[in-house]
Design a protein around this ligand. Structure first.
Ligand code: SF4
Length: 105
């Protein structure tokens, strides 16, 4: 149960549509600092280390797939969602678009 003192990481992210409420309460990050999942930049050592730490939390999260699909569907521009970085989500989106184009032709 979330409390007033908890810092529910994913709950602080916007937008927060109703569909998010169905899985958010099981998020492994819900009491962790939001900043952990938003490393500043992707290239410096500290950002890489922070991203790896966030990804380790995601790896054990029971709602990882729902989280990732939400981030892709809502085109989240920043952060680690479902254990996947912004650039990794862009790659997934490109692969899926290419697959759809192939299937349509
Ligand atoms: S997959 Fe990661 S970012 Fe998503 S809810 Fe779980 S712990 Fe949080």
């Amino acid at each position: 149960m979330l409390t007033a003192t908890a810092s529910p990481t994913i709950l602080s992210r916007e937008p927060r549509p109703r569909a998010l409420e169905t899985w958010i309460c099981r998020a492994a990050c819900r009491a962790l600092p939001t900043e952990l999942f938003f490393p500043a930049g992707e290239l410096d050592d500290q950002a890489v280390e922070q991203a790896e730490e966030a990804k380790a939390v995601c790896a054990a999260c029971p709602v990882r797939v729902a989280c990732l699909e939400f981030a892709i569907a809502t085109n989240q521009p920043y952060g680690i969602w479902g254990g996947v970085s912004t650039s990794e989500r862009r790659s997934i989106r490109r692969r899926r678009q290419a697959d759809r184009r192939r299937q349509a032709s």
